[in-house]
Design a binder for this molecule. Sequence first.
Ligand SMILES: C[S@@+](CC[C@H](N)C(=O)[O-])C[C@H]1O[C@@H](n2cnc3c(N)ncnc32)[C@H](O)[C@@H]1O
Length: 261
Amino acid sequence: MNYSEWADWYDLFYSTESGEEAAFYLEETLSAGGPVLEIGVGTGRIAIPAAKQGAEVFGVDSSPEMLAVAASKAKAAAPLPGGLTLIRADMRTLQLGRTDFALVTIPARTLLLATSYEEQQATLCCAARHLRPGGRLIFNIFNPTPELIFDNSPEPVEIGEAAIAGTETEHGRRFRLSAVNRFDAETQINDATHVVEEIGRDGVSIERARLNVRLRYLFPHEVFSMLEEIEVQVDALSGWFDGSPFDEESEEMVFVASRPG
Ligand SMILES: C[S@@+](CC[C@H](N)C(=O)[O-])C[C@H]1O[C@@H](n2cnc3c(N)ncnc32)[C@H](O)[C@@H]1O
């Protein structure tokens, strides 16, 4: 899937988030005790603050446009005492030739962007083989509750409103963000379209972008099977980034796993 058209809008979408996910990954990255590999680093939402606070971070992404945004933000945030290395590579076949990472993270449901069982397992396998013995693999994906996957309403789901602050020479801008999901229960594929509308100062909205995302959702038992097959141990499964226990109504699945020592 092509993430290039997302590069201009990605941070705007994430500005509507509570920040709990980013705070969770930041804390895990800072306390990892060694180099950290982030798979699907995107615009550096987590990697840049982590490197700024002293973590040694390697960020992999397949999109040159997303990496270009990350590189430009990293330059603006310099110095990054921990160091941030950005690498263009595909997570499904990743082989950096190192096995010394203390932590590998796959934030923001990125595992689901591999759209078959085999590709998702290959992604987890590639992630795990970069870990040192005892190193940890942390990732999150959404929980496919029946309310979510059987709701095929054509009505857009509101994501929120976001703003870009004005400057001395330009007015601030306001946006409305929404998405339409199309879940297929047989293939476990969701083809979603995210819409960016700009709200003018007269209150009139103008559509600015339509961004597609294809993902394959995963049930918890599939993830457990995948990890078992590649000999990665699940240490914890939480239902949110605060460590609350996972249950069938949880919004998220946050897996903390490790490579046996
Ligand atoms: C949802 S974003 C996550 C970005 C960042 N980790 C964050 O938390 O803000 C997903 C990222 O995964 C990247 N991606 C998608 N498929 C990929 C693949 N096969 N290999 C590597 N990166 C991929 C996209 O380009 C995008 O930057």
